[in-house]
Design a protein around this ligand. Structure first.
Ligand SMILES: C[S@@+](CC[C@H](N)C(=O)[O-])C[C@H]1O[C@@H](n2cnc3c(N)ncnc32)[C@H](O)[C@@H]1O
Length: 308
């Protein structure tokens, strides 16, 4: 699978910034004024109350970028004005959440990560499992957006298992904070633009054309179980062999990143893998208990045998 160059997520586009109290305005930015701590607190309270999201968990520069873009698009001259708009109109809160939680994703996003999984990581995992006399593979796509990532994983699990002499049962959990994305994920219907990196053979095998788009086959859908989950809440799964946690970490604050990576270690089986992917290059220092399975793809492993 060869695809277009890897892309990273960024708020992009804004050429001015909004200063958050105590925050760094960032280089070369024209400030929209200095919001008061009171306005900022009002925004946090409103978003927590109406949108169920704790803004304090997200990286400050990310938040600043998103707010600058939103204020500009709404023609608001200050945070105070924007907060008024948000509290007066539920549709504005919806727009804020849609824009804040970037849902960008596609099938086989960052194809080299999936190649590494299919060609090296999964075969190694199957051998491990055989030695442990276990025939169940449990995976989690954390921050799965509209489902393209867990469905892609289901496809390569199915493909790689064709080459194994033993059968394995596979269960893929997929979660996201965003209910709307999960509604789309469960439908399993995708615009053709989301399938650009799916090769023709897999398109023919795992999708069927329906109207203007494609529907994922029943055998793939049955492998994935979706649920709403906020990553700061207690983690809902354990005994996992694989965690895909891609393009989410970058939005979170360093202390939240670290504590999540530590918690993931606890819920992985010995020998289980954590996949951060290439785009997380600059984010998150991975705790030293993890071994490295593939540094370029940022795939880490809980050691099979842990030293005391
Ligand atoms: C850019 S998408 C990544 C989708 C997929 N992992 C990929 O790499 O293609 C980021 C996802 O993280 C989710 N997200 C952000 N904060 C979250 C949180 N606190 N808990 C759970 N999901 C969260 C967003 O809703 C969004 O769907």
């Amino acid at each position: 699978m060869k695809g277009p160059p890897l892309h990273t997520l960024s708020g992009g586009g804004a050429n001015f910034s909004l200063r958050i109290p105590g925050g760094d305005p960032g280089p070369g930015s024209a400030s929209l004024g200095e919001p008061s701590e009171r306005d900022f607190q009002r925004l946090r309270d409103l978003v927590r109350e109406k949108g169920g999201i704790d803004l304090a968990l997200y990286g400050e520069s990310y938040l600043r970028r998103r707010l600058a873009i939103l204020l500009r698009s709404k023609g608001c001259a200050s945070l105070e004005e924007y907060v008024k708009l948000l509290s007066a109109d539920p549709r504005e809160m919806e727009l804020f959440l849609n824009s804040f939680i970037l849902r960008v994703t596609e099938f086989f996003r960052s194809p080299t990560t999936f190649e590494a999984l299919e060609q090296r990581i999964l075969p190694a995992l199957y051998s491990q499992k055989r030695e442990q006399l276990s025939h169940v593979v449990r995976a989690w796509s954390a921050g799965c957006s509209s489902g393209e990532e867990p469905y892609s994983l289901a496809i390569i699990l199915r493909e790689s298992l064709k080459r194994e002499k033993d059968g394995f049962s596979v269960l893929i959990f997929a979660s996201d904070i965003d209910q709307k994305s999960l509604v789309d994920a469960r439908k399993g219907f995708f615009h053709p633009s989301k399938l650009k990196k799916v090769n023709q053979a897999w398109r023919d095998t795992y999708f069927r054309r329906e109207g203007e788009g494609f529907v994922v086959s029943e055998e793939i859908r049955r492998m994935v179980v979706f649920r709403v989950h906020d990553l700061v809440d207690p983690l809902p799964y354990r005994n996992l062999d694989l965690i895909l946690f891609r393009n989410v970490l970058i939005y979170l604050k360093p202390d939240v990143q670290r504590s999540l990576l530590e918690s993931f270690f606890e819920i992985l089986n010995p020998g289980g893998y954590l996949v951060l992917g290439r785009t997380e290059g600059g984010a998150g220092t991975v705790p030293s208990q993890y071994g490295i399975a593939d540094i370029a793809e940022r795939i880490y492993q809980r050691p099979l045998q842990e030293s005391e």
